[in-house]
Design a protein around this ligand. Structure first.
Ligand code: HSE
Length: 366
């Protein structure tokens, strides 16, 4: 199986390293050998200096997608275009795609799903949610016998890392964000993390698999309400140290929580900085860890946790998807029926709130 990797950022580098150094360990007993057939990067000279094999490098990802010498495309460039078109072209040509690109799936998922289904091309994206945590496959396949009602969780490692360092070390927000970038947790444009866009994209993907409906990511509420005239700021951008300290005094931790549940009228979904009881595992999920909780019948509650960001952890999910392609494992939605095009989410109704010294109203989760 000749694999083309598009993008050599923090995840791409780890995937390339594994394909070069330990291809035998990635070969399923019933699957083909994996061969790294090409790497698309923005800057070839920089990639060569970083130790990548010059003979495999190109700055023309479309050539690798179109090449008769590649069998599978691993898209790890991130962002909207050209990733969206490259994925769509590969799927239309019957070439399986593995990606970690939550933005593209959340915004163009319905169209890409239709393209993949049209000719039965595998499209896998486990790495798009929860980094290395196996969560999409389990929701789609292992929980397929359930009716799922609700999902909630911490799905952005960067913001959880920042909030945790603010709480335990009293460090200012901007200072910790710089660390998250160096660790390879943050997006190229970290406003996607701190304003809650990244978590909203992941929630769209979770909802698609759990509830069979694509949501419009822009319709997901990301800003808390606030006392006074000013509206709340999106994601964690309005979370202050005094708010975190006052919450801790009440046995609460401020966390960016993505949540969705089904109602007869549609899907209620939000990504809000919330005050989570420290008595709950969710409130004690710290650092770069993510945790996703799913409620269903007959399973009850089930949770998935682990490293939610970073190249090494995320490469685990990408490589497992590649192995699944090798053994004809189909798409991430497994046998689930096709999901309809993107619909607006319903905003949540007001619940008990913790009002921080800044005036921000954090929904309480106990
Ligand atoms: N920037 C993302 C995060 C990377 O911090 O969770 C993993 O999707």
């Amino acid at each position: 199986m000749r694999v083309a990797v598009l993008g050599a950022g923090s995840v791409g580098r780890e995937v390339i390293r594994a394909l070069m150094e330990r291809p035998d360990t990635l070969r399923a007993a019933d699957g083909p050998a994996m061969v790294l057939a090409g790497i698309a990067v923005r800057d070839i000279a920089r990639a060569v200096a970083a130790g990548m094999p010059e003979a495999l490098l190109t700055d023309a990802p479309a050539h690798l997608v179109a090449s008769p010498d590649t069998d599978v495309i691993v898209e790890l460039m991130g962002g909207d275009e050209p990733a969206r078109t490259l994925i769509a072209v590969a799927l239309a040509a019957g070439k399986p795609v593995v990606t970690a690109n939550k933005h593209v799936i959340a915004h163009h998922g319905a169209e890409l799903e239709a393209a993949a289904r049209r000719n039965g091309t595998p499209f896998r994206f486990e790495a798009a949610v929860g980094g290395g945590i196996p969560v999409l496959g389990p929701i789609a396949a292992d929980l397929a016998a359930n009716e799922l009602h609700a999902i909630r969780g911490i799905v952005n490692g960067t913001t959880n890392f920042i909030l945790t360092a603010m709480r335990f070390d009293g460090r200012p927000y901007a200072d910790v964000l710089a660390d998250a970038k160096v660790a390879g947790y943050a997006e190229a444009d970290p406003s996607g993390d701190v304003e809650g866009h990244d978590a909203a994209n992941k929630l769209v993907i979770l909802v698609r698999l759990a509830f069979g409906q694509w949501l419009d990511p822009a319709s997901i509420q990301r800003a808390p309400s606030r006392s006074g005239a000013d509206p709340g700021l999106p994601g964690i951008t309005g979370v202050s140290l005094p708010d975190i300290e006052a919450a801790a005094d009440q046995n609460l931790a401020i966390k960016l929580v993505a949540a969705a549940h089904r109602t007869p009228d549609g899907i209620v979904a939000s990504v809000l900085p919330s005050a989570v009881s420290l008595d709950l595992p969710l409130g004690r999920t710290d650092g770069v860890l993510n945790r996703i909780e799913v409620d269903g019948t007959p399973i009850g509650s089930v949770a998935f946790s682990g490293h939610g960001a970073g190249g090494a952890a995320t490469s685990s999910a990408v490589l497992a998807d590649l192995m699944a392609v090798g053994r004809q494992g189909g798409s991430t939605w497994a046998g689930r029926s096709a999901a309809a095009s993107h619909k607006a989410a319903i905003a949540p109704s007001p619940v008990e709130a913790f009002i921080g010294p800044s005036g921000t109203a954090y929904p309480v989760i106990r």
